[in-house]
Design a binder for this molecule. Structure first.
Ligand SMILES: Cc1cc2nc3c(=O)[nH]c(=O)nc-3n(C[C@H](O)[C@H](O)[C@H](O)COP(=O)(O)O)c2cc1C
Length: 195
């Protein structure tokens, strides 16, 4: 199973980028082929329709291709003002917008519909970014994703990782691995074990 993992933060010391790495490692330990993608590697401007009408940026196409190539995704979202980040929203807006005349992405259902998606979040607060997940969930469902019912929000994230980026608490590690396993299980049934 091919799993795409990314965080809605580009911050170098991001808790969510660290959590995404933990999830990718857990996926590999479970036998999946995990791709850890960094949104900072994609040069994507703020969306507006006139800009798009002049041509979808090449990095948006590149990101759509990466998303399309993976039947299962894990998204680790930060929480900004009780919701997910502008970076993540802008990314999802661009990548969900059909590309006129494109051989694959003129189809408005690509790359979102049918993807199995698991949500993670991390914050230094007590709720671990849970409210960001509650905003992200309806967006993903609206785009036709199969949202995994179990998610995990990592609280007190500033003290949760060791110097190597591993989670210090075995129970928290198990919670992340559970979300990953659930996504791989569901994607295997929807897309076939070999996807
Ligand atoms: C504009 C802004 C709003 C924030 N709002 C929240 C919030 O509502 N809840 C929360 O737990 N943390 C909030 N934070 C703190 C973030 O959780 C923190 O910056 C975190 O490190 C972001 O995730 P990252 O480490 O993956 O970049 C906010 C941060 C910013 C910059």
């Amino acid at each position: 199973m091919k799993l795409l993992v990314f965080a809605g933060s580009a911050r170098s010391e991001s808790f969510n980028r660290r959590l995404a790495r933990v999830a990718a490692d857990a996926a590999r330990a479970a036998g999946a082929q995990a791709t850890l993608l960094e949104l900072a590697d994609y040069d994507i401007p703020m969306y507006h329709a006139e800009l798009e009408a002049r041509g979808t940026p090449p990095d948006v196409i590149r990101l759509k291709e990466a998303m399309d190539a993976h039947p299962a995704w894990i998204i680790a979202t930060p929480e900004y003002n009780g919701s997910y980040t502008g970076l993540l929203k802008n990314t999802l807006d661009w990548t969900s917008s059909p590309v006129a005349g494109h051989p694959v992405f003129a189809d408005a259902s690509r790359p979102f519909a049918g993807k199995v998606v698991g949500m993670l979040s991390a914050s230094n607060g007590a709720l671990g970014g849970l409210r960001a997940q509650s905003h992200l969930a309806p967006l993903l469902l609206n785009l036709g994703c199969w949202l995994a019912p179990r998610a995990y929000a990592l609280p007190r994230a500033a003290s949760a990782f060791d110097a190597q980026g591993q989670l210090l608490d075995a129970e928290q590690q198990a919670q992340v691995a559970d979300v990953v396993r659930q996504v791989l299980w569901a994607a295997g049934r929807l897309h076939g074990e070999q996807a």
